[in-house]
Design a protein around this ligand. Structure first.
Ligand code: NAP
Length: 218
C-alpha cells in the first residue's frame, strides 16, 4: 500500500520505518521538500521510502498518518491539502501538547474538544481515526516491548476506517482483542486527556515502555 507519513519527528520515523519493513511504499512529508531529517530517513530506510512536502506525501498516500506536532497539525493538514485527504483514512496519532510554558506541557484544548474532532470537522471528507496517541512511538510499532495484554484505543466516526486501522495495528503486533474501539471521534477527548497521566507515569517510571490494560468484572 502507498502510505503518507506526515511528520519527521521520532513518531513519524518510527511509524514510517515499520511500514517500510512491512513492505509498504512510504512517503514522509514535511513543510519543505528536501527536509534534512526526511532525506536521512529515506536514505537509510531503503527501497520504498521517499520524502516530499506535506502535499506531495498526502497526494501519494492511499492512507495518511498525522504524526505532526499536535498544536500545528491543522496547519500541516491544510498544507497537505483537503483534496489530497478526501475519502482517505487519516490516522491521527498526535497530541495537542503546548510546551510554550515549559514542562510539563499542557493540553492546548480539552474537555469539550479534541484535536481528533477538530481535524474531522475541518476535513469532513477525510475518514479520521484517532489511535496510538496513548503510547510512546517505540511501543506503537513494537507492542511486545511491554509485557501483558495492554491495549490500543481507537475512535472515529467511520466504522470501516476503524476496521482498516485495526488491521494495520494488527500488522504492527497489536492482536485484534487488544484494540479497543471507544466509539465516535468525540472519544478522542478522553484519549488526549490521558496525556497528563501518561506524563506523570513517565516521570515516575523513568521509561516510556508502559501501557494500560483493561480488566472487566462480571
Ligand atoms: N513521542 C512519542 O512517543 C509520542 C507518542 C504518542 C503521540 N505523540 C504525538 O505524535 C506527534 C509527533 O511527535 P514527534 O515528537 O515525532 O514530533 P514533533 O516534534 O511533535 O512534530 C514534528 C513534526 O511537526 C511538524 N511541525 C512543527 N511545527 C509545524 C508548523 N508550525 N506547521 C506545520 N508543521 C509543523 C514538523 O514539520 P517539519 O518536518 O517541516 O519540521 C515535523 O514534521 C505529536 O503530536 C506528539 O504529541 C508522540
Amino acid at each position: 500500500m502507498r502510505i503518507a507519513v506526515l511528520g519527521t519527528g521520532m513518531v513519524g520515523q518510527a511509524l514510517a520505518t515499520k511500514l517500510v519493513s512491512l513492505g509498504h511504499e512510504v512517503m514522509m512529508g514535511s513543510r519543505c521538500a528536501r527536509n534534512e531529517k526526511a532525506i536521512a530517513w529515506a536514505d537509510q530506510a531503503g527501497e520504498g521510502a521517499t520524502e516530499g512536502e506535506f502535499g506531495d506525501a498526502a497526494a501519494f498516500g492511499e492512507l495518511v498518518l498525522n504524526c505532526t506536532a499536535g498544536t500545528a497539525s491543522l496547519d500541516a493538514l491544510r498544507a497537505a491539502g483537503e483534496d489530497n485527504l478526501a475519502d482517505k483514512v487519516l490516522v491521527d496519532v498526535a497530541n495537542p501538547l503546548d510546551f510554550s510554558q515549559g514542562m510539563p506541557p499542557t493540553l492546548e484544548f480539552c474537555n469539550d474538544d479534541s484535536l481528533g474532532e477538530r481535524i474531522q470537522a475541518e476535513f469532513p471528507r477525510a475518514r479520521v481515526v484517532k489511535t496510538l496517541n496513548t503510547v510512546n512511538c517505540e511501543v506503537m510499532v513494537e507492542p511486545a516491548r511491554v509485557p501483558g495484554e495492554h491495549v490500543a484505543f481507537l475512535s472515529g466516526d467511520d466504522e470501516t476506517a476503524k476496521g482498516e486501522v485495526a488491521e494495520l495495528l494488527e500488522s504492527f503486533g497489536w492482536p485484534p482483542g487488544r484494540t479497543v474501539d471507544l466509539g465516535g471521534i468525540r472519544a478522542a477527548r478522553g484519549m488526549e486527556m490521558y496525556l497528563p497521566l501518561w506524563l506523570s507515569l513517565y516521570g515516575r517510571l523513568g521509561t516510556g515502555d508502559f501501557n494500560v490494560s483493561l480488566e472487566v468484572g462480571g
